[in-house]
Design a protein around this ligand. Structure first.
Ligand SMILES: Cc1cc2nc3c(=O)[nH]c(=O)nc-3n(C[C@H](O)[C@H](O)[C@H](O)COP(=O)(O)O)c2cc1C
Length: 159
């Protein structure tokens, strides 16, 4: 699988060769307020009663319209994809806390990767598409240059 991924993930070739674990985060396609998935999520996972379900669906509708999420397939997928970055952030932080290095990556050909994953039967007939990549592992050696960061005071403003 790693060899197949290399041509469609040019930004991840090095990590595909060396990382202990390589994660492809997928986002749902068609995640509209009136989608079957959202209805099932609210009913079966969140156990919402019918009347609450209707209000929640209306709220999602307003939210998605106001934020222009429903404009086209791309805006809808980008919104779904944004949600996966919350999971991504948690994965990176959790890994760092237990001494595991990670690397988030967007260096992939979206169409090519989607085609490959579909051929491998991993996208549940188009219900999902790739959002972002992350590699995890222990460093073999320390970086040759120490990490440099902007100062906290230059990136955070308390008001
Ligand atoms: C939007 C975005 C896309 C990135 N894509 C790649 C990528 O395709 N391949 C890669 O090796 N690094 C990529 N990186 C960089 C690494 O994730 C990089 O190690 C990280 O941003 C720096 O993290 P650090 O400050 O903890 O070292 C990307 C970074 C960003 C912000």
């Amino acid at each position: 699988m790693r060899e197949k991924l290399k041509p469609v993930c040019p930004g991840a070739v090095e990590k595909l060769e060396t990382a202990s674990h390589f994660v492809i985060l997928l986002a749902r396609t068609g995640l509209r307020f009136d989608s079957e998935h959202l209805a099932r999520q609210m009913k079966e996972i969140q156990h919402m009663p019918e009347n609450v379900l209707k209000t929640a669906t209306d709220s999602y509708k307003k939210f998605q319209e106001r934020k222009q999420i429903l404009d086209n397939e791309r805006t809808l997928f980008d919104w779904a994809s944004k949600q996966t970055y919350i999971a991504l952030g948690n994965m990176l932080t959790a890994a760092a806390l237990i001494g595991i290095d990670s690397s988030p990556m967007e260096g992939f050909d979206a169409e090519g990767l989607e085609k490959l994953l579909a051929e491998e039967g991993l996208l549940e007939d188009g219900k999902f598409a790739p959002s972002v990549l992350a590699a995890f592992g222990y460093r073999k050696e320390d970086p040759s240059r120490p990490k440099t960061r902007q100062e906290l005071k230059d990136v955070v403003e308390w008001v």
